[in-house]
Design a protein around this ligand. Structure first.
Ligand code: NMX
Ligand code: MLT
Length: 441
């Protein structure tokens, strides 16, 4: 697996030289203006980060190193007999910028298999939590327990030079990713399946083995996991989980600590927890209406009720996207192919036909279209995973690939501590009177 590590280093060095030259010549160029309103509104529209692994277009959606989701489905290596891309391949692509060969992807599966054994104290730490603790709380706790293995922290403690940061961050990222399926499956089996765990199957790829560890042997579910774990990996750098990982990593907190912080962000209902909220909302709607096949009119009434109670419609809207999320469309395609007649899948389609015009009519919502979370739960329910509180853990296992690749690029390019300037309302008022300045030096 030295090939991927060496190629990453070569690409990072090359990019670092380009960045140096670029800044020497163009560093003083302005890239935009910041309006006072933007600093009160979640910094929307302010470009403030460099993040190499993916880029989001508000109309077209995500591209990973220039490739759309349908292009990934076409170009990335697949499992034998499968049609969906292997996330191992996307990790290679995000890290090196190159499309991997079958052999490259097999080497990653093998490397993650080798590194996959979870130390016993991690399970003991999870066991110390009550079983009814939210799965994301258990997941973040387990990631923090895994941190005792950090090579980066150990080497820093021994006096590591800056030029070596990337190398030990790489080792940590690889080990952490390798161990996440076992840790995540342990949490699922502990909370929902009486604690009966399942051994890894060394013949399987990372996603199929994860499905197996969870207790799902259906081949279509394994395909779903390959797709799911691919499309949830990355969404450029400004989303809460990626930005938090990047920010905490900039303090030279090791990849375990940085990822745990990112996962605490993913656990918020406006971010990754929205996937549980969507299914919870659909189940509550079914109960309230008394059918698992509500009509468009019944859905419209329920949406209006949700809005009148001052709640958001989960799975709809986005801070950057202004069209239907291509991750929603990829899952809708999967559903069309494998389970078009499932009532919950049909309900998701009806919600898609019903919600956007209602949200649009409110006049204040910038994006009335569905995001990734509007579809994922219905597919999981179809294959028998109905424990929706667990869904964000699946998102988190996938997101590890993107945010850790992003973190490695930050260390590979030698990026500094992130520390933007903040202001108080009082200082803004003074600035408006001409008494104070609110920009940093
Ligand atoms: N339902 C009801 N109201 C909404 C929705 C929605 N789905 N989306 C936005 N709004 C409201 C929003 O709360 C705000 O209201 P107010 O002015 O009263 O505070 C107003 O519309 C304007 O918001 P926007 O500028 O359109 O959206 P913003 O960028 O602030 O927020 C989200 C983006 C994603 C937080 C928001 O659309 C939302 O809360 N959606 C539902 C939760 C969700 O699906 N999150 C998942 C995002 C994807 N992910 O996986 O992370
Ligand atoms: C994500 O995948 O991170 C979400 O769509 C949220 C975002 O991009 O802001």
């Amino acid at each position: 697996m030295e090939k991927m590590k060496n190629l990453f280093k070569q690409k990072a060095d090359q990019t670092a030289t380009e960045v140096k030259d670029l800044l020497k010549e163009h560093g003083a160029k302005k890239i935009g203006e910041v309006h006072l309103s933007q600093i009160f509104q979640g910094m929307r529209g302010i470009t403030g980060l460099v993040y190499e692994t993916s880029l989001l277009d508000s109309q077209e959606g995500i591209r990973f190193r220039g490739f759309s989701i349908p292009e990934l489905q076409q170009k990335l290596p697949k499992a034998k007999g499968g049609n969906e891309p292997l996330p191992e391949g996307l990790f290679y692509l995000m890290l090196t910028g190159e499309v991997p060969s079958e052999a490259d992807v097999q080497a990653i599966s093998e490397e993650w298999r080798k590194r996959g054994t979870v130390p016993a104290h991690v399970y003991a730490t999870v066991d110390a939590l009550p079983k009814d603790a939210h799965p994301m709380t258990q997941f973040i706790t387990a990631v923090l327990a895994l941190q005792t293995e950090s090579q980066f922290a150990k080497k820093y403690n021994e006096g590591m030079a800056k030029k070596d940061y990337w190398s030990y961050a790489y080792e940590d990222a690889m080990t952490l990713i390798a161990r996440l399926p076992a840790v995540a499956a342990y949490i699922y089996r502990r909370k929902y399946k009486g604690g009966k765990t399942i051994d890894s199957d060394p013949k399987l790829d990372w996603s199929a083995n994860f499905a197996h560890l969870l207790g799902f042997e259906n081949e279509q579910f394994k395909e779903l996991m390959r797709l799911y774990l691919t499309i949830h990996t990355d969404h450029e750098g400004g989303n809460v989980s990626a930005h938090t990982t990047y920010l905490v990593g900039s303090a030279l907190s090791d990849p375990y600590l940085a990822f745990a912080a990112g996962m605490a962000g993913l656990a918020g209902p406006l971010h990754g927890l929205a996937n549980q909220e969507v299914i919870k909302w659909i189940f509550e709607m079914q109960k309230s209406i008394g059918t698992d096949q509500p009509t468009g009119e019944q859905i419209a009434d329920y949406v209006k009720k949700t809005l009148s109670e001052g709640k958001v419609v989960p799975g709809y809207g986005h801070a950057v996207l202004r069209k239907t999320d291509p991750r929603f469309s990829a899952q809708a395609e999967f559903a069309k192919k494998h389970c078009p007649h499932d009532p919950i899948v049909q309900t998701v389609t009806k919600i898609y036909e019903t919600v956007p015009p209602i949200l649009q009519s409110l006049g204040k919502i910038k994006n009335p279209w569905p995001n990734v979370d509007a579809h994922s739960g219905a597919l999981l329910v179809h294959y028998g995973m109905k424990e929706y509180e667990y869904y964000t853990v699946l998102f988190g296992v996938s997101r590890a690939l993107g945010v850790l690749a992003g973190l490695l690029w930050a260390r590979g390019l030698g990026f500094p501590l992130e520390r933007p300037k903040s202001v108080t309302v009082e200082s803004v008022k003074k600035w408006l009177k001409g008494d104070d300045q609110i920009w940093g030096d």
